[in-house]
Ligand binder design. Structure first.
Ligand code: AMP
Length: 224
């Protein structure tokens, strides 16, 4: 089967991570989230983490060269042979071009970019109520997806916290960064003919249904 090289695009809080993770149940593809990789590096205090922390805490992007190198190395690992799901990368035109070149080396292209479209107000509402577990970053929401016990992860029992970059000032910066740097990718991938727009304003199950419908059409296109 042709590899399924998928990218999830969307504002912070649009639900990219939630949807990309759910996709794991449908397709057994490696999930590569640059935000998760960077947060782990920060937790472990590696040189990458030390470099990335300041940018992340202020809601800015980590420099392109750093993130591009990281994703390039990851995609060259053998387990991406049947495809992958990228979450949070690319986030700039330069990153998108680098991804294109990396895939071209393997004789591949981006199969589809799923753009989860959500308005700013909804993003702020979602991020301010988001809680993640310290162990694995499992995500909950105080109103929409509350954990069974207030401050514990349902999945692994670890403590739930507010991500540093979900604090209001940082959220505003992240949204500004998204508009300036990442939103142009919508046009970029539309022109490339691979953009699939999904209304992300509904509950996760409904959005998942729409994502599934998009992926089903991809599989059909492949058979034609
Ligand atoms: P996320 O979990 O995807 O919202 O990412 C959290 C933070 O990690 C972002 O606000 C950025 O500071 C950094 N980050 C994640 N992915 C990228 C990327 N592709 N390019 C630059 N910075 C990134």
């Amino acid at each position: 089967m042709t590899p399924l090289n998928l990218v999830f695009l969307g504002a912070p809080g649009a639900g990219k991570g939630t949807q990309a993770q759910r996709l794991k149940d449908d397709f057994d593809l490696p999930y590569v989230a640059t935000g998760d990789i960077l947060r782990e590096a920060v937790r472990e205090g590696t040189p990458l983490g030390l470099e990335a922390k300041g940018f992340m805490d202020s809601g800015a992007l980590v420099p392109d060269a750093v993130v591009i190198g990281l994703v390039g190395e990851r995609l060259e690992q053998g387990d991406t042979e049947d495809g992958f799901v990228l979450d949070g990368f690319p986030r700039t035109i330069e990153q998108a071009e680098a991804l294109g070149k990396e895939l071209a080396k393997m004789g591949r292209t981006v199969t589809a970019v799923i753009f989860i479209d959500v308005g700013d107000e909804e993003v702020v509402r979602r991020l301010s109520g988001r809680r993640v577990c310290v162990k694995d970053g499992h995500s909950f929401h105080v109103d929409f997806d509350p954990p069974k016990h207030d401050d514990r992860c349902d999945i692994d029992g670890s403590r739930l916290i507010v991500r540093d970059d979900d604090k209001p000032d940082t959220v505003r910066n992240r949204l500004r960064t998204f508009r300036e740097k990442t939103a142009p990718l919508v046009d970029y991938y539309e022109k490339a003919g691979v953009l699939k727009r999904v209304d992300g304003s509904q509950a996760p199950d409904e959005v998942q249904g729409r994502v599934r419908a998009v992926l089903a059409t991809l599989r059909l296109e492949e058979k034609v």
